[in-house]
Design a protein around this ligand. Structure first.
Ligand code: ADP
Length: 446
């Protein structure tokens, strides 16, 4: 027990003893000791009840407790309550300041942030940007987010929860010109954070970049075709002195023409949201790929084709052929003489896989994550020597995205590489003698 509390306690006990002693003395003088003592004891009890009532009243009325000076346990109790109350007030003020600072920071964010209840999908809180980007108002608090943001395809997305696509691009319900990137972050068992970012400027810049590359490639195509055509007409054997220069010029103009063609292909693919949905007959496709590989290899490699799926694909014949032939041509170009290239088409679960395996130079692990980037080459000199443009795998990636397929690459330096393309179940159909149109239930390509 602290010292000041012990002294207050003794003080109160002393007062009690003094009152009782005075009552005994007065009783003795009046000749009614027990009566006066009882009245005095009852008076002391009543006084304590009165003090207790005062404390309870102040606590229940949530009154501000005043600082007191007197002595005794009741004054000590008042002092303790006063101290507890002031400490709580200071802590509350500190918390409020902190909350205000967090709110100000959240309001200063350029991204819209909305806290959503996971179970009811109701809006719990949002920042200022959520009003400008998503049109949420005070009245939106406690209402369903899906209903509030009707034009956005949110309902399915929220319902899918953790399994949903991590991002969604959509037009803002406030202004259709604004393009938003939405992310749903599950940060606790009870709440989600919906973050919406205005990506209109970024998309405009991306569009400008795509248009620029497409226009430049287009403008370069005609002069290049003329130069290439004239150079082709010149036979180096007719000009022995110029022969090495002429053949180098022909080689470089061929490379530039291929580069422009690949850039135009990429621009075309980037501008497309979907591709023609045809039946892609895989037996003739594999035969064509084999012929092309033989022409490129000139009998320098062993070529093996394994057609095990018994399935055909849904997709664009032209673009899928371009993607497959890019992989086959890479396998031939990056495999030394005498190596083996195996082209395999097989079932994989309900889907299918097309793989190109080679026993070539291989790719160091550190380069694998980046090889589908434009102009990314593991070895620039080897790529140039073999007539590469650095755009082949980028084209493959775009074609596969448009077919909801994915590319996997395994490789070991000096041992070879395995490029596999995985197709979903809705991209395959049993092989039929005649190519039939795809039933409407399967006909959409996102
Ligand atoms: P490129 O026209 O240079 O071949 P790609 O986009 O087709 O461009 O390939 C990117 C890079 O990936 C190539 O430069 C090459 O270094 C590497 N690469 C692609 N396929 C293979 C392969 N089968 N074996 C080894 N390296 C490969």
């Amino acid at each position: 027990m602290p010292l000041h509390f012990r002294s207050a306690w003794f003080k109160t006990l002393g007062q009690l003893v003094a009152v009782l002693a005075a009552a005994v003395l007065l009783g003795w003088l009046l000749g009614h000791v027990w009566l006066v003592l009882t009245v005095a004891a009852l008076g002391v009890v009543a006084w304590h009840y009165w003090r207790l009532r005062k404390v309870l009243l102040r606590l229940t009325a949530r009154q501000r407790i005043q600082s007191v000076h007197g002595e005794g346990v009741w004054n000590e109790l008042d002092r303790l309550l006063y101290r507890g109350q002031s400490e709580m007030r200071t802590r509350k003020r500190h918390l409020l300041d902190l909350l205000r600072a967090y709110r100000a920071a959240a309001d200063a964010l350029p991204d819209a942030v909305v806290v959503v209840d996971r179970n009811t999908q109701r809006v719990q809180w949002f920042n200022k940007a959520a009003t400008t980007l998503l049109g949420l108002q005070r009245s939106s608090l406690g209402t369903s987010l899906g209903d509030r943001l009707q034009p956005l395809p949110l309902s399915h997305w929220l319902a899918a929860g953790r399994n949903a696509e991590p991002m969604l691009d959509a037009a803002s319900p406030v202004d259709p010109e604004l393009r938003l990137n939405l992310r749903l972050i599950s940060y606790s068992d009870e709440y989600w954070l919906l973050v919406a970012r205005d990506v209109s400027k970024m998309l405009r810049l991306e569009q400008m970049r795509q248009d620029f590359v497409a226009n430049v490639s287009h403008e370069l195509r005609t002069p290049l075709t003329v130069v290439h055509g004239y150079l082709d007409m010149l036979d180096p054997t007719d000009f022995p002195d110029w022969a090495p220069i002429l053949s180098e010029m022909q080689k470089q103009s061929q490379r530039m023409t291929q580069l422009v063609e690949d850039l135009l292909t990429l621009s075309r693919l980037e501008a497309q949201d979907s591709l023609p949905d045809e039946s892609v007959a895989m037996a003739p496709m594999l035969a064509t790929l084999k012929r092309e590989a033989e022409a490129l290899s000139q009998r320098r490699h062993n070529l093996v084709v394994q057609d095990e799926a018994g399935f055909d694909l849904w997709g664009s014949n032209k673009e899928l052929h371009s993607a497959f032939s890019n992989l086959v041509s890479n396998a031939v170009r990056y495999t030394p003489v005498g190596g083996t290239i195996t082209l395999r088409f097989a079932r994989e679960g309900d889907g299918a896989v097309l793989s190109v395996r080679d026993t070539g130079y291989g790719i160091p692990q550190a380069h694998l994550p980046r090889i589908t980037e434009r102009f990314y080459r593991v070895s620039t000199s080897r790529s140039r020597e073999s007539g590469g443009t650095g755009l082949g795998l980028s084209i493959v990636k775009h074609v596969l995205n448009l077919h909801q397929a994915r590319l996997e690459v395994e490789s070991e330096v000096g041992q070879g590489s395995l490029f596999s393309i995985h197709f979903n179940a809705d991209r395959v159909h049993p092989r039929e003698p005649d190519s039939t149109p795809r039933p409407s239930s399967q006909s959409q390509i996102a």
